[in-house]
Write a protein that binds this ligand. Structure first.
Ligand SMILES: Cc1ncc(C[n+]2csc(CCOP(=O)(O)OP(=O)(O)O)c2C)c(N)n1
Ligand SMILES: [Mg+2]
Length: 227
């Protein structure tokens, strides 16, 4: 892979981040109009993480979005209409109204595994997808995301240990937005740098944090009613 991005790639990234922001802003409006079924997990302010990481994938690669990864869905090619319909649990949604939120996928075309609510469970699932791809000689990678809070679940550690032991072509993005609901990260993880969790499993890790990117719930643009 070439180092650095072309002008077109920068433009693409900007396009998806703007699209992500526009979809999120609309979703907030729908939520306030009581049209969203269930909760809304907004990723306002975290768009670059979803968009940038998903953009690094190839078409054949697989991803499973977590609660704040609408940007990754957009990059993979999910139309905003599907995202709105799904959150409103409409008959015409990807799950035909049988589920809401981001609980939908596309195994046949876009290679998206549907997320479920249990935080961390996608880690062993996507490690399995990565290993299956290798077994089938497909040269794919599988990617998913987890929050700072989700990184304290048991399955996070089981999954990561499994992926590392198997040397799975699997990428995990840990989004530390400093809060898990109302619990600040400093009260649930005894680490300054959450990327150090990977060290315990001998996994190559990379820390990406710019001071002030996400301050706290007050500082972020996330509306109070949304989670
Ligand atoms: C195993 C599990 N425990 C609790 C929940 C309820 N829950 C949903 S989102 C959330 C907060 C997660 O915080 P974090 O992982 O930091 O992600 P963020 O919301 O900050 O993006 C919790 C506790 C869940 N879905 N799964
Ligand atoms: Mg968090």
């Amino acid at each position: 892979m070439k180092k650095g991005l072309t002008r077109q790639q920068y433009l693409d990234l900007y396009h998806y981040m703007r699209l992500n922001r526009a979809v999120e802003d609309t979703m907030v409006k729908l939520f306030r109009q009581n049209k969203i079924v269930g909760g809304l997990y907004s990723s306002l302010g975290q768009e670059a993480i979803s968009v940038g990481s998903a953009y690094a994938l190839e078409k054949k690669d697989w991803l499973a979005p977590m609660i704040r990864n609408i940007g990754a869905l957009l990059v993979k090619g999910v139309p905003p209409r599907d995202i709105f319909m799904q959150h409103m649990a409409k008959y015409d949604s990807p799950t035909k109204g049988k589920d809401g939120t981001s609980h939908f996928g596309d195994l046949d075309n876009l290679h998206i595994v549907s997320p479920i609510s249990m935080l961390g469970d996608l880690i062993p699932v996507m490690a399995g997808v990565a290993i299956a791809g290798r077994y089938l000689g497909q040269k794919i990678v599988a990617m998913t995301w987890i929050g700072d809070g989700g990184s304290s679940t048991g399955v996070f550690h089981e999954g990561l240990n499994f992926a590392a032991t198997q040397k799975a072509p699997f990428v995990l993005i840990l989004e530390n937005n400093l809060w898990a609901y109302s619990t600040p990260v400093r009260r649930q993880v005894p680490l300054e740098n959450l990327a150090d969790r990977a060290k315990a499993y001998g996994i190559h890790r990379r820390r990406q944090r710019r001071r002030g990117d996400v301050q706290d719930r007050q500082g972020s643009r996330r509306p109070r009613a949304c989670r």
